[in-house]
Ligand binder design. Structure first.
Ligand code: AHR
Length: 503
């Protein structure tokens, strides 16, 4: 049995959680849109063709913002293909994922779906094959009230009121050679600045996201951000980050410490953005949109070039285990720990494609293991993040070096509701006793402890066993004299909720 300790003090505030930290991502990729959120003819489909079983599951996560329509898809997407009478829309080859895109779902349908799940849209514009002109027309279509060619087209298509889409991504992963219309950092930075400028002239109230490196192992990592931001710093509000993790071979210890990499990546981007701020004598401080993150078994993907062209093919349908869920919970801890700078997070993606929700075409929808830490953190991790003083045993990992076995963060919940403690035990075999010093929060009383932990760390949910992996309740935590002792099972993600006054 390991021993560790945590000190929680409401004076040590990192920052308020922006609810958009719990965002998600819907790309026209595989079965995310078609037979994921949209399947006319499905027994639960509404008049618009949206699966209501999926809507229910999405509501269970409480997703405040959804990035759309890509991803790599957006870099050759003509948004105009997706408006007007559905029967007149063209079918095109999506070159990013070698799929047939029928355009049956476009911006108007997506806005109706987003309203059903109470989410705002985070819209991406195509800076691969297109640019300033298409982007300014698109935002005029979406956000201008009326009396112009594009806004009146929207009204004619059934949306009288403007959508008021606030957050816009200036392209996607433009540093990646795989991206259609890939650019170097200077080309991209200039284009992002000019596109953003034109979009803001249409709607001054928007927030703009500049594309950062596709991941921290890109050869241009760091340089890309410095050059692109130097061109566009004044125009943009957030810098985008993407990162995916998977277990390599049998090195589970390194995989379980993936959040260490996420922490380091965020710290590096913050430092780079602040460097550009200093050199340019800017007063504004940029924040981060971590708008693609998740576990993704990329090694199982054959590569786009090997895909036959098909309509709504089953792509990237990773099935997630208990271990994956613990890692996802830990990645959320990392995002929370950076709540002062990370304002938007999008788990990639929402349905079927590396997703917490799976569907069978014509059949049921179910929660993957990773759904649970995501939904529970989204529900209880709203408020103010506290910096914890932690003492933890460590171990050596092949990829990240020496890492603590305990990783944790606390959120002082909104409305004086209590405290949520999120904690991971990264040891695969040993449980851990954690002594929590709560003397600075003397009014906290009882609560609950739920965990994702299992005798079989490879257990998964599927159509036949949709609840095989689910949070389980552990012994009720009872603070006593400002002290609390909790036991974290081996290889586990934990939520410890304490109720009572925190002010
Ligand atoms: O989420 C899957 C893909 O990963 C996205 O299309 C792309 O932006 C990233 O490389």
């Amino acid at each position: 049995m390991h021993s560790a300790s945590l000190t929680v003090d409401p004076a040590f505030r990192i920052g308020a959680v922006d609810p958009r930290l719990y965002g998600s991502f819907v790309e026209h990729l595989g079965r995310c849109v078609y037979t994921g959120i949209y399947e006319p003819g499905h027994p639960t489909a509404d008049a618009d063709g949206f699966r209501q079983d999926v809507v229910e599951l999405v509501r269970g996560i409480n997703v405040p913002i959804v990035r759309y329509p890509g991803g790599n898809f957006v870099s050759a997407y003509d948004w105009e293909d997706g408006i007007g009478p559905v029967s007149e829309r063209p079918t095109r080859i999506d070159l990013a994922w070698r799929s047939l895109e029928t355009n049956h779902v476009g911006v108007d349908e997506f806005q109706r779906w987003a309203a059903q799940v109470d989410a705002e849209t985070m819209m991406a514009v195509n800076l691969g094959t297109r640019g300033i002109d298409a982007a300014r027309a698109f935002i005029e279509y979406c956000n201008h009230p009326s009396g112009t060619a594009w806004s009146d087209r929207r009204r004619a298509n059934g949306a009288k009121d403007p959508y008021g889409i606030k957050v816009w991504c200036l392209g996607n992963e433009m540093d990646g050679p795989w991206q259609i219309g890939h650019k170097n950092a200077l080309e991209y930075g200039r284009l992002a600045a000019e596109t953003g400028k034109a979009m803001r002239l249409v709607d001054p109230g928007i927030e703009l996201v500049i594309s950062g490196s596709s991941h921290s192992r890109m050869p241009t990592f760091g340089t890309w951000e410095r050059i692109a931001l130097t061109e566009a710093y004044d125009t943009v509000d957030h810098i985008s980050m993407h990162s995916y993790y998977q277990q390599h071979g049998d090195d589970r210890d390194s995989f379980l410490a993936a959040a260490v990499d996420m922490d380091r990546f965020i710290d590096a981007i913050v430092a780079t953005a602040d460097h550009v701020r200093a050199v340019g004598r800017h007063s504004k401080r940029l924040t981060i949109a971590f708008d693609e993150w998740n576990v993704w078994y990329q090694s199982r993907f054959p590569g786009e070039e090997n895909l036959p062209i098909a309509e709504a093919p089953a792509l990237l349908e990773d099935v997630y285990s208990v271990t994956d869920a613990v890692v996802v919970g830990n990645l959320l801890i990392s995002l929370l720990r950076h709540a002062d700078r990370v304002k938007i997070g999008c788990q990639a993606q929402l349905v079927n494609v590396i997703a917490p929700i799976m569907t069978a075409t014509g059949g049921p929808a179910w929660r993957q293991s990773i759904y649970h830490p995501y939904a529970l953190t989204s529900r209880h991790g709203r408020g103010t993040v506290l910096r914890l003083e932690a003492q933890s045993p460590t171990h050596e990992t092949a990829v990240h070096g020496e890492v603590p076995l305990l990783d944790a963060v606390a959120v002082l919940q909104d409305d004086d509701e209590g405290l949520a403690l999120f904690a991971v035990n990264r040891d695969q075999h040993e449980p851990m006793t954690v002594d929590v010093d709560l003397r600075a929060l003397p009014h906290l009383t009882g609560g609950e402890h739920v965990a994702i932990a299992d005798d079989d760390p490879d257990a998964v949910n599927d159509r036949d066993n949709p609840d095989r992996v689910a949070p389980r309740r552990l012994a009720e935590p009872r603070p006593d004299g400002g002290r609390l002792q909790v036991e974290l099972p081996p290889l586990s993600w934990n939520l410890i909720r304490l109720t009572g006054r925190t002010a």
